[in-house]
Design a protein around this ligand. Structure first.
Ligand code: ARG
Length: 455
C-alpha cells in the first residue's frame, strides 16, 4: 500500500516496489518510528492542530502497535514501502480517520531523519558500553603483566625492552580516544529535525521544542533544508567506528602474531580458537583474523556514505535511503567484533617466559649499553658507535651483549667494567624507563588506575 497513490492511475510494478522498498532494512527502527510519531501527535494536540482527543487516541493506537510488534502479534509486512508507511497504514487500519491525522505537518523526510538519529543515539550508547568492557579487560591484563618484560618493536624488529602491561595500555589510550569521539559524535547528532517537513517546514503553528523535549533531544535543527538532508551524523559515526576497527584490527594482528610458533607470547583459550579440517596440529586465531578482516566492511560503509552524499542537491533525494544499510552494517559489525574480541582477550593466556626469551635475543639492551657509556662520560654519538661495534662482534661470535666477555668489551672501549652486565640487565632496562608515559611497572599500574577511573 502506497501512501501517495492519489496522483497515480496504476499500481507500482512488483519489481519497482521491490527496488524502491526499504522495509527489509528500516523495519529495525520500528520502535523509534513509533516513539517519534507519539511525540509528534502529542505536540499536534498541544498546539491545537489536531484535537487533544485525537492525539490521545493516536498515542494509544501507536503504543498498541508497539506492544503487538514486540509480542510478535503483529509482524511487519515485507511488501510495505518502508517502516513509516507500514506503521501509519496499520494505525489507520486500526483507528480509521483519526489515524489519518497523524501525518499532519510532517513528511517522511523529517520522520526518517528523526528515526535514524533516535536509533543511532542508542547504538552509540551500546558501543560505548562495549568499548568500556574491553577497556576493563585490558586494564586487568595490563595490571597482571605490569612486570612482564617483553621486546618492544619498531619496524617489527626488536627495539627496546618494555613491559607487556605497557604494550596493552597503548590500546587503552586508543580506545579512550574512541570513547571521546563517540561522545562528540553523539553530542553533534543530538539535534531534532522533526518539523522540517518535506524541506520547507510547515505553515501549521507547530512547537518543535515540545517534540524535542519529548524525544530527549538536546536541541532542534536550525534550517529545514539541512534538517532533512543532513547525514553528517551517519558519516561521522561511520568514521568513528572505522577508527575503532583500525584499533581492533591492529590489536588482532598482534595477537595473531603472538599466537604463532615464531612468537608464542600468548595462547588463546580453546573456546576462542578453531582447528583445521586437515591439519590435526592446528589451532587458529580465527576470531582475531575475522575482526581484522571485518574492518574492511566498516571502511567500506564509510566510503558508501561519503559517496552517496557527495553529489546530491538539497534537500532530500532518494539516494539517501542508501544511508541505512551502510550505517547499520557498520554499527552491527563493530558491536559483533567487540562482543567477540573482549572475552577472547580476557581468556588469553600470557606466556611471560617466552616474552622474556625473545627480549634476551635481539640486542634490545643496546641503547642501554650506550647509555651506560654516556653515564660514564662518553658523548652519546661515540657510545652509540662503540655499542654498534659490540653488537657486530656478538653477531660474529654468536653471542649476546649479556654473554660477551668483558675483555671483548674492553677491546672496543676501555671505559667498560663489570658494571656493564648489571646496566644491561633486561628487567633493569625495562623497569627503569620510568618517566611519565614509560613502561615501568609503577607507570603501568598508575595508567591502569587512571583508565579505571575514567570508565
Ligand atoms: N524510506 C525512505 C528513506 O529511507 C524514507 C523517506 C522517503 N521520502 C521520500 N520523499 N520518498 O529515505
Amino acid at each position: 500500500m502506497q501512501l501517495w497513490k492519489g496522483r497515480f492511475q496504476k499500481a507500482l510494478s512488483k519489481t519497482t516496489n521491490d527496488f524502491n522498498s526499504s522495509i527489509s532494512f528500516d523495519s529495525r527502527m520500528y520502535r523509534e518510528d513509533i516513539e517519534g510519531s507519539i511525540a509528534h501527535s502529542a505536540m499536534l494536540g498541544k498546539c491545537g492542530i489536531i484535537s487533544e482527543e485525537d492525539a490521545q487516541t493516536i498515542g494509544e493506537g501507536l503504543r498498541g502497535i508497539l506492544s503487538d510488534i514486540e509480542s510478535g502479534k503483529l509482524t511487519v509486512d515485507p511488501e510495505a514501502e518502508d517502516i513509516h508507511t507500514f506503521i501509519e497504514g496499520e494505525l489507520t487500519a486500526r483507528l480509521g480517520d483519526t489515524g489519518k491525522r497523524l501525518h499532519t505537518a510532517r513528511s517522511r523526510n523529517d520522520q526518517v531523519a528523526v528515526d535514524i538519529k533516535l536509533y543511532l543515539k542508542k547504538q552509540v550508547d551500546e558501543i560505548d558500553a562495549l568499548v568500556r568492557g574491553l577497556l576493563s579487560v585490558i586494564c586487568s591484563k595490563a595490571y597482571e603483566n605490569a612486570e612482564t618484560v617483553m621486546p618492544g618493536y619498531t619496524h617489527l624488529q626488536r627495539a627496546q625492552p618494555i613491559t607487556f602491561g605497557h604494550h596493552l595500555m597503548a590500546y587503552a589510550e586508543m580506545l579512550l580516544r574512541d570513547l571521546s569521539r563517540l561522545k562528540d559524535c553523539k553530542a553533534r547528532m543530538d539535534e531534532m529535525p522533526l518539523g522540517s517537513g518535506a524541506l520547507a517546514c510547515t505553515t501549521y503553528p507547530i512547537d518543535r521544542t515540545i517534540t524535542a523535549e519529548l524525544l530527549g533531544f538536546e536541541r532542534i535543527t536550525n534550517n529545514s533544508l539541512d534538517g532533512v538532508s543532513d547525514r553528517d551524523y551517519c558519516i561521522e559515526l561511520a568514521s568513528v567506528l572505522s577508527i575503532i576497527m583500525v584499533h581492533l584490527s591492529r590489536f588482532s594482528e598482534e595477537i595473531i602474531m603472538w599466537c604463532s610458533w615464531e612468537f608464542k607470547f600468548v595462547e588463546l583459550d580453546d573456546a576462542f580458537s578453531t582447528g583445521s579440517s586437515i591439519m590435526p596440529q592446528k589451532k587458529n586465531p580465527d576470531i582475531a583474523e575475522l575482526v581484522r578482516g571485518k574492518s574492511g566492511r566498516v571502511f567500506g560503509d564509510l566510503t558508501t556514505l561519503l559517496t552517496v552524499m557527495k553529489g546530491i542537491a538539497l534537500a532530500y533525494n532518494k539516494d539517501m535511503q542508501e544511508d541505512k544499510e551502510a550505517i547499520f552494517d557498520a554499527v552491527d559489525t563493530v558491536k559483533m567484533c567487540l562482543t567477540a574480541f573482549t572475552p577472547m582477550l580476557d581468556t588469553m593466556k600470557v606466556l611471560p617466559q617466552n616474552m622474556r626469551k625473545a627480549a634476551a635475543g635481539g640486542f634490545i639492551n643496546a641503547t642501554d649499553c650506550a647509555d651506560y657509556l654516556v653515564k660514564k662520560g662518553l658523548p652519546f654519538r661515540d657510545a652509540y658507535k662503540a655499542t654498534g661495534e659490540l653488537v657486530a662482534k656478538c653477531i660474529e661470535m654468536g653471542l649476546t651483549l649479556e654473554t660477551l666477555p668483558l675483555d671483548e668489551y674492553k677491546k672496543i672501549c676501555d671505559i667498560f667494567d663489570d658494571g656493564v652486565y648489571e646496566a644491561i640487565g633486561l628487567e633493569k632496562c625495562a623497569y627503569e624507563r620510568s618517566p611519565l608515559g614509560g613502561p615501568s611497572p609503577d607507570n603501568v599500574k598508575a595508567q591502569v588506575m587512571r583508565v579505571r577511573g575514567l570508565i
